[in-house]
Write a protein of this length. Structure first.
Ligand code: HEC
Ligand code: HEC
Ligand code: HEC
Ligand code: HEC
Ligand code: HEC
Ligand code: HEC
Ligand code: HEC
Ligand code: HEC
Ligand code: HEC
Ligand code: HEC
Ligand code: HEC
Ligand code: HEC
Ligand code: HEC
Length: 448
């Protein structure tokens, strides 16, 4: 390089020799005459040139130009030459090795050129690629600024107080461009790994999955939440919402939320955002809960009070219907409180324990407990034969229809202020009254 420079300087020197034998390298003269005009006619010209070639070059007393003789030398070595006019950029905690070594000309032209910042190669990505074969940027999904070669949006090419030459600390680096995430950091509940470091989950350059993730959402979450992994492994039933593609992030924000447990909505709205349709899975039909509730005269107060998660485990369970406590999956179960632990976690089990009562239940004829009439022995009826646990167009959450063997049987329930009546397929119309006992007709007991 040196050799080439001197040749050119030598060739051109003669023309500009002043009378005194010195070269006039002051403002403009070397360039204006045409010899070095190309230097100042480039698209981007280093402003230093306007201050004079002599700010960087000095004649070494030899006639200029001279074949094979070096007639000019730099007034200082690089990088000290550059630091005459520019702040030293090797004083911070982390200095880029080529800068540390003073190799400014690895990246910059001294005079100018076609590229901004008098760079030798642009965009910076291609410049960086001279020395960095970035494995971390070769995966399928690329971060847009990386794909565009905008490395310097995140890295300072010279120096930084932050590791990896970052222009800011994380997360400020990321939230500089990602405003919604800056807002999320201010929410009521912030997921600790989100607060700590975006790179806990995202790759900075590229990734194998969408959203710069290396793991799909389920594996990503379970990587840290191994208790949840154990729960899922142990359970006999895993919620369809988890086995779906978006999995955990169907319900949780990975970042933050104003709802508890980083839920994206309050539980009721959340659950009904999917259970507003009927799911059909083979012979299994999972009913439309939203519709049941809309058609209801009364919605089970449990839903308003504790939400769907008061009875269902949103993740996985070994109880039928993802219930979080024991409840029969069919129509019958032994008439002990343990069979209906779910209901009796809020209601008193005496409704199936006191044959006669004037207080335990309103479902009685005089003092005869009709809950016990229906729920006794090994083959006690399940609550859901009469009640819909979500809501119903009848009073007391009584079903319109009930499952009886293979067919749906209408209950035709009517309530009165002191009792009620029903006329199901399994017995003739029956009435009950708490104040004046309605006499029983012959063959009374309901069929089993
Ligand atoms: C900011 C400092 C600086 C200024 C101002 C400057 N040069 Fe240079 N010039 C250099 C450096 C550094 C080199 C050596 C480049 C290398 O080693 O590759 C150089 C090299 C040269 C060369 C050798 C050929 C080349 O392009 O590499 C010529 C000719 C030259 N300069 C002419 C000039 C002229 C004429 C002026 C004024 C119009 C000028 N320079 C202003 C820094 C400067
Ligand atoms: C005689 C003073 C002087 C010297 C010596 C000097 N520069 Fe500059 N340089 C300037 C001025 C003036 C500017 C324009 C104002 C600014 O950006 O600071 C500039 C701008 C720059 C820019 C920005 C160009 C742009 O298009 O925005 C780069 C890069 C640069 N110089 C690199 C260097 C390098 C590398 C050296 C050493 C080889 C060097 N300078 C030596 C005066 C100098
Ligand atoms: C690894 C490549 C690389 C090296 C080595 C390098 N620079 Fe730069 N420099 C850049 C890039 C890229 C930019 C443009 C930054 C941007 O786009 O914001 C830049 C911009 C500049 C600027 C203008 C913007 C600013 O930060 O003020 C100056 C001046 C500058 N460099 C001087 C130097 C000097 C002096 C050296 C040697 C000590 C040097 N550079 C070494 C890549 C480099
Ligand atoms: C002239 C060669 C060269 C060029 C050009 C170059 N680098 Fe480097 N860079 C190095 C060397 C050498 C290291 C230290 C070894 C390593 O970590 O790979 C390094 C390290 C780094 C590091 C890691 C620093 C750390 O703390 O580990 C980053 C980030 C980096 N360079 C970014 C860039 C960017 C961005 C560009 C383009 C603007 C660039 N480099 C251009 C040579 C270069
Ligand atoms: C969106 C911001 C961003 C962009 C754009 C970006 N990087 Fe990085 N880069 C980072 C972060 C953050 C790290 C730190 C990773 C860590 O701490 O483990 C990093 C790490 C690095 C490293 C060291 C570790 C590694 O992955 O090899 C190098 C080298 C590097 N970047 C070079 C580049 C180059 C070259 C480009 C342009 C092609 C670029 N970066 C673009 C944010 C970015
Ligand atoms: C210079 C601006 C900039 C910076 C800094 C930046 N990003 Fe990005 N990021 C973008 C752009 C542009 C996109 C593509 C458009 C979009 O999805 O918003 C993007 C997309 C993303 C995406 C979504 C990718 C997809 O497939 O939709 C994630 C995740 C992301 N960035 C994370 C980060 C993280 C983490 C950081 C900090 C290490 C960061 N970004 C820093 C500009 C930036
Ligand atoms: C616990 C893991 C985790 C952490 C930590 C994390 N993210 Fe995310 N991020 C995700 C997941 C998962 C998605 C995909 C969300 C989706 O598709 O709805 C995502 C999506 C994004 C998106 C794309 C948003 C969109 O609407 O497409 C951006 C941007 C983003 N994250 C930025 C960040 C920033 C910035 C940080 C740090 C402040 C961060 N993330 C920390 C897991 C995380
Ligand atoms: C890098 C590890 C990490 C990853 C990945 C991660 N989390 Fe977390 N998460 C934590 C930590 C740490 C806590 C706070 C300690 C705790 O409560 O377990 C937490 C807390 C939570 C909580 C609140 C727990 C409670 O009892 O209050 C939920 C909900 C949660 N994470 C969901 C997710 C979801 C969904 C994902 C996937 C998008 C995910 N996490 C990915 C580390 C992680
Ligand atoms: C159908 C919605 C839904 C899905 C899908 C879901 N969660 Fe949850 N998650 C919830 C609800 C609702 C709560 C709050 C439960 C409560 O209030 O008792 C919760 C609570 C949590 C908690 C706090 C501890 C606990 O057991 O209550 C963690 C941790 C958690 N979820 C992680 C995950 C992970 C990991 C995934 C994916 C494998 C996931 N969740 C999928 C709805 C969901
Ligand atoms: C009081 C407890 C309780 C609450 C609160 C509750 N459920 Fe249920 N849920 C049950 C019981 C019991 C079953 C089983 C019904 C049966 O055996 O037919 C069930 C069944 C289901 C089924 C399966 C339906 C089918 O046809 O197989 C879905 C879906 C469901 N519930 C969703 C919800 C949603 C959504 C909410 C909140 C709006 C909710 N549940 C609130 C107790 C409850
Ligand atoms: C992202 C959609 C989605 C959300 C949100 C959702 N579910 Fe589900 N749910 C499903 C799917 C899919 C199935 C399984 C359907 C199938 O088996 O085909 C299911 C099944 C169920 C079942 C029946 C399980 C069985 O096999 O008996 C219950 C109960 C249930 N969900 C309750 C809830 C509750 C409670 C919530 C709120 C915490 C909720 N779901 C939120 C999609 C969702
Ligand atoms: C999380 C608590 C909770 C659970 C679990 C629960 N309930 Fe309830 N239930 C309530 C509350 C609160 C009310 C309203 C106050 C009351 O009548 O006791 C109520 C009311 C009722 C009513 C009376 C409705 C009326 O209008 O008279 C019936 C019937 C009922 N529940 C049946 C059940 C059945 C069947 C189960 C089990 C599948 C069950 N409940 C589980 C909290 C619960
Ligand atoms: C044969 C139908 C039938 C079965 C089976 C049944 N119930 Fe009822 N239940 C009723 C009727 C009818 C009422 C309304 C009583 C009234 O007029 O106030 C009622 C009322 C209730 C009430 C409101 C308070 C009270 O006792 O009056 C609760 C709570 C209740 N049932 C819980 C259950 C639970 C829990 C199960 C299962 C263990 C169950 N029921 C099984 C028919 C039934």
């Amino acid at each position: 390089m040196r050799f080439r420079i001197s040749i050119i300087l030598v060739i051109l020197a003669g023309v500009y020799f002043s009378a005194s034998g010195q070269i006039d390298t002051s403002k403009g003269s070397c360039a204006s005459t045409g010899c070095h005009g190309n230097l100042v006619s480039q698209e981007v010209v280093h402003d230093a040139l306007k201050k004079g070639c002599d700010k960087c070059h000095q004649a070494n007393g030899q006639q200029h130009p001279q074949k094979g003789v070096k007639t000019f030398s730099l007034v200082k070595d690089i990088p000290q030459l550059c630091y005459k006019c520019h702040d030293e950029n090797n004083t911070m905690r982390v200095v880029h090795p080529p800068v540390q070594k003073g190799n400014c000309l690895e990246c910059h032209n001294p005079h100018g050129g076609p590229e901004a910042y008098i760079l030798k190669i642009n965009p910076p990505g291609d410049l960086c690629a001279k020395c960095h074969t970035l494995e971390s940027a070769k995966k399928k999904f690329k971060h847009e600024p990386v794909a565009k070669g905008e490395c310097v949006k995140c890295h300072d090419p010279h120096q930084s107080e932050t590791d990896r030459l970052l222009v800011r600390d994380i997360p400020a680096l990321c939230t500089k461009c990602h405003k919604p995430q800056a807002e999320e950091l201010k929410m009521e509940n912030v997921h600790p790994p989100f607060q700590n470091n975006c790179l806990n989950c995202h790759n900075q350059h590229s990734a194998n999955n969408e959203k710069l993730l290396d793991l799909n959402p389920q594996n990503l979450c379970l990587y840290c939440h191994d208790d949840m992994q154990k729960k899922i492994d142990k359970a006999t039933l895993v919620h369809g919402a988890i086995t779906e593609k978006r999995s955990c992030i169907n319900c949780h924000s990975p970042h933050a939320s104003n709802q508890k447990k980083f839920l994206i909505k309050d539980t009721k709205t959340l659950c009904l955002s999917c259970h507003d349709r009927t799911y059909v899975n083979g012979t299994r039909k999972i009913s439309n809960i939203s519709q049941t509730m809309q058609k209801s005269k009364t919605v089970h107060a449990a839903i308003e009070k504790v939400g769907c998660a008061g009875c269902h485990d949103p993740h996985a369970s070994s109880n039928a219907f993802l219930l979080n406590k024991t409840f029969p999956s069919g129509s019958y179960a032994p008439a002990v409180k343990e069979s209906f632990a779910l209901c009796f976690s809020c209601h008193k089990s005496e409704i199936i324990e006191k044959a006669t009562t004037t207080t335990a239940t309103g479902f009685r004829n005089g003092d005869k407990n009709l809950h016990m009439v229906h729920i006794n022995g090994e083959k006690g009826r399940s609550c859901v034969l009469c009640h819909n646990p979500h809501g119903s167009p009848n009073d007391h959450l009584i079903n319109e229809k009930t499952q009886f063997g293979g067919w749906e049987m209408p209950l035709r329930y009517q309530s009165t202020t002191t009792g009620g009546s029903c006329a199901p397929g399994c017995h003739a119309e029956r009435k009950y009254d708490r104040t004046s006992v309605i006499p029983a007709s012959p063959s009374e007991a309901p069929k089993k």
